[in-house]
Design a protein around this ligand. Structure first.
Ligand code: AIR
Length: 341
């Protein structure tokens, strides 16, 4: 049987990061393949592995590399399948690899995860596959519950065991007794007329709407239904939560955000669906790529380049095209620039 996921490492020295991906995939019982090929030392090998892997039925590629990490980009050159990139910390804390992977030109996105986050790459790959495979989706949901349990258990294992602090007072609120209810969406609060859309796009503030509109233009070209809303998760918390809930049929969420990237972080906590993040620059020219991509284990955000709404749309198209050849044909046309933008 052909595995669904192929992990490619730029070097044998990246194996520790691949181990994190493999542990997750073993746990989720998803077959995968593991290869080593360097974008610079063995470009021909990368090309052959990727082409043959795609022909054989690989659905998602994961490229893991450090330094000038051009491996995920090279993989993307040879396959229409989505590519997840994991920057490895070899020098400069991994920032060199992160920039090499995330800052891809249109129309060749890499779904970038945080530095050394092989675990999140595997979860993201499973989320992509989970869109058309309900069994895999359920496994991801269960895995994420484990991460949540770990946080709750820390209260008993760590906080409650602290003894010698005179002014620490926790007895008034027992975490174990909290009855955490599912959020009840208030549909009147948000306009839910497009709740059947395949992709839900949330923009944190009006100044980032131009970037979101580009996502909409490309998704329309790819004939992918979508809905766009401007909601700040901090200023309008209830509305934000209600909107994510009312879009629960969406297969993919895209968050467009500058500043502290609460939009993408907020969405990922409310849905098991894959979340694509578009970091934006603010009026001072500061960008929010790091605060978008650097998510903790269990809750990945597939980050694309700064202000690159078009690449977010292409990535969504690649994910949905795994089981929809019609989108693959439209993507081909986009990539050949046959569709004039
Ligand atoms: N690398 C390999 N070919 C191109 C790149 N950028 C990366 C590997 C590894 C780092 O260079 O992915 O993270 C060091 O590789 P090595 O083989 O010298 O240990």
């Amino acid at each position: 049987m052909t595995p669904k996921i192929m992990i490619i490492l730029g070097s044998g020295s990246d194996i520790a990061i691949a181990e994190k991906s493999m542990s997750i995939l073993e746990k989720l019982e998803i077959p995968y393949s593991l290869k080593i090929a360097s974008a610079h030392r063995t470009p021909g090998l990368v090309r052959e592995i990727v082409r043959k892997g795609t022909d054989a039925g690989i659905e998602v590629f994961i490229g893991i590399a450090g330094l000038a990490a051009h491996l995920p980009g090279s993989i993307a050159a040879y396959t229409p399948r989505p590519v997840i990139g994991v920057p490895v910390d070899v020098k400069t804390g991994g920032i060199d690899a992160l920039e090499s992977i995330v800052q891809m030109p249109y129309p060749s996105p890499i779904a970038t995860v945080g530095i050394d986050r092989g675990d999140n790459a595997a979860i993201l790959a499973a989320q992509f596959i989970g869109i058309h495979d309900e069994e895999v989706r359920q496994k991801v949901i269960n895995l994420r519950k484990e991460y949540a349990e770990k946080v709750k258990n820390s209260n008993a294992e760590i906080v409650q065991k602290i003894e010698d602090k005179k002014f620490l007072q926790n007895d008034f609120l027992n975490v174990e007794d909290l009855n955490i209810k599912e959020f009840e969406a208030n549909m009147d609060e948000v306009n839910c007329k497009n709740s059947d859309a395949e992709v839900a796009i949330i923009v944190g503030r009006h100044s980032d709407v131009a970037t979101a509109k580009k996502i909409g233009i490309i998704l329309t070209r790819l004939k992918i239904s979508h809905d766009i809303k401007v909601i700040c998760p901090i200023r309008s918390t209830k509305k934000f939560t209600s909107y994510v809930k009312c879009m629960e049929k969406a297969k993919i969420f895209i968050g467009v955000s500058s500043n502290s990237s609460q939009v993408t972080g907020g969405i990922v906590g409310l849905t098991d669906r894959p979340v694509i993040g578009v970091p934006c620059t603010n009026e001072n020219g500061d960008d929010y790529m790091l605060t978008t991509v650097s998510m903790p284990p269990g809750v990945p955000v597939a980050t694309v380049g700064i202000n690159n709404g078009k690449n977010a749309a292409v990535l969504a198209g690649e994910i949905l095209s795994i089981k929809n050849p019609e989108i693959t044909v439209l993507l081909d046309k986009l990539k050949d620039k046959k569709i004039n933008l």
